[in-house]
Design a protein around this ligand. Structure first.
Ligand code: ZN
Length: 253
C-alpha cells in the first residue's frame, strides 16, 4: 500500500495492485467562492493541484467518494473521470452520480467487494448539533485485502463514537484523518482538530495516522505546522504523518 496526498482530501491509493482515487476535488485554484458563512473568506481551492488534473485521473481504476460536498467531489472531477469508471459512495449520493452520467455506481450501505478489495463503510459526525445534522450524511471507508494492511479513510468527521468504533473494530494499520478543524462563523469544528487527531493516536497507538484536509479550503483553520506543533507537544508526533500536496506515504512503514 502507498498513499499519495494529491490535495486536501484527494488521495491516490495504490492498494492490492490497484489504483484507487479518493474524494477527487480537481478544480483549479480559486475556481469557487468561499464557503458560505465562513471565516477567512478566500476563493477555493486555496492552492493549485501539484500535478495536472488529467494526470491525477490517469490510470485510476476505481473511485471512492466519502460524500459529495464540493471539497470532495467537484465539477472538474465529474467532467474528467470516465463515466464507466467504477464509483463507490454512500447510498444518499447515488442519484447525484447517476445524474452526472456515471454508469457504474455502487452505493455502499454496509460493505462491498471490488476485485478482491473489501470496502466497508463507516460512519462519522461532520460537526455537532444543528450544523452536524445539516452537514450529514458523511461516510468513511475501511479497505482490506489479502496481504495488505488495513486502511481506514475516516472522511469528514470529528472525533466521535463512530470513529472510536471503527478503530476498535478494524485495527487499521493506517488511518487517514481529515483535519483542518473546518468551521463556520457559528458553531464548533466540523472536521478534526489537533486534539481530535491526538485522541485518535492515543486510542489506537498501533495505527499510523496520516493527517490531510488542511490549507486548501478557506474555512479549514488548522494548519500543518499548528498540527505538527501540537502533536509534538502531546508526544504523538512519531505517529502522525502530515504530507505535503503531492507527497507519497508508504503504508507499510
Ligand atoms: Zn471536507
Amino acid at each position: 500500500m502507498r498513499i499519495r496526498l494529491v490535495r486536501h482530501a484527494t488521495l491516490i491509493v495504490d492498494y492490492a495492485g490497484h489504483t484507487i482515487l479518493v474524494d477527487p476535488m480537481l478544480d483549479e485554484a480559486g475556481a469557487r467562492p468561499p464557503i458560505q458563512d465562513s471565516p477567512n473568506p478566500r476563493n477555493n481551492p486555496l492552492v493549485p493541484l501539484p500535478v495536472s488534473a488529467e494526470e491525477v485521473v490517469r490510470n485510476v481504476e476505481v473511485v471512492l467518494v466519502t460524500h459529495t460536498h464540493s471539497d470532495h467531489w467537484d465539477s472538474t472531477a465529474a467532467k474528467l473521470l470516465p463515466k464507466n469508471l467504477p464509483l463507490f459512495g454512500q447510498p444518499e449520493d447515488e442519484a447525484k452520480f447517476r445524474s452526472q452520467g456515471f454508469t457504474a455506481v455502487t452505493p455502499i450501505s454496509k460493505a462491498a467487494i471490488w476485485d478482491g478489495i473489501n470496502i466497508t463503510r463507516t460512519g462519522g459526525q461532520h460537526g455537532t448539533g444543528e450544523i452536524g445534522r445539516a452537514m450529514a450524511p458523511v461516510s468513511g471507508f475501511v479497505l482490506s485485502a489479502q496481504g495488505e494492511p488495513v486502511l481506514y479513510v475516516a472522511g469528514d468527521t470529528i472525533w466521535c463514537s463512530e470513529v472510536e468504533e471503527a478503530l476498535r473494530q478494524f485495527h487499521p494499520k493506517v488511518a487517514i484523518l481529515n483535519a483542518g478543524a473546518a468551521q463556520f462563523l457559528q458553531g464548533g469544528p466540523i472536521t478534526m482538530t489537533a486534539d481530535d487527531v491526538i485522541t485518535v493516536c492515543r486510542s489506537a497507538p498501533d495505527t499510523q495516522v496520516v493527517a490531510v484536509h488542511m490549507e486548501a479550503i478557506n474555512h479549514c483553520l488548522l494548519t500543518r505546522s499548528d498540527l505538527a506543533f501540537q502533536a509534538e507537544a502531546a508526544r504523538v508526533s512519531s505517529q502522525v504523518k502530515i504530507p505535503d500536496d503531492g507527497e507519497w506515504v508508504e503504508g507499510n512503514s
